[in-house]
Design a protein around this ligand. Structure first.
Ligand SMILES: [Zn+2]
Ligand SMILES: [Zn+2]
Length: 141
């Protein structure tokens, strides 16, 4: 689980560095994503943040997510799901993605995944990424 206070502290530092304003919207949106582990999409973030900040619009949520992504505080979960999902956990981990309900679960890995040998024929390897797709226990019934 992410330490939300640390995350907000990081937001403060990065905003200052990037000369960006530390807006209440940025704080609330980041807080929301960092405090759950279900990798919410923009609409889910919007529904939750609206509870504490009723004046926020979905449009603002989208723009805030983009700025948090630019600041390197959240990233988009790599998936082919209909909706973009966001993750604030920057520690190395991969995802189990349910192809039926779209649930995204964290899988923590402690070793670097070695790229297949053939990859090096094409150039320098910067990153490898493991993604597990399946049907979650809930969907299997
Ligand atoms: Zn499922
Ligand atoms: Zn994750």
């Amino acid at each position: 689980m992410i330490n939300v206070e640390d995350k907000i502290q990081e937001l403060k530092e990065r905003c200052a560095k990037a000369n960006m304003r530390l807006t209440p919207q940025r704080i609330e949106v980041l807080k929301m994503i960092a405090s759950v582990n279900n990798h919410p999409d923009a609409e889910t973030v919007y529904a939750e943040v609206k509870k504490v900040m009723p004046s926020i619009s979905l449009d603002t949520v989208y723009r805030t997510l983009t700025s948090l992504e630019d600041l390197g505080l959240v990233f988009k979960v790599d998936n082919e799901l209909a909706k973009t999902r966001y993750d604030a956990d920057l520690t190395p981990h991969c995802h189990f993605i349910c192809i039926k309900c779209g649930a995204v679960h964290d899988i923590h890995i402690d070793n670097y995944i070695e790229a297949p040998k053939e990859s090096y024929d094409y150039g320098k390897v910067l990153q490898t990424n493991l993604q597990v797709k399946g049907i979650c226990n809930k969907c299997r019934g």
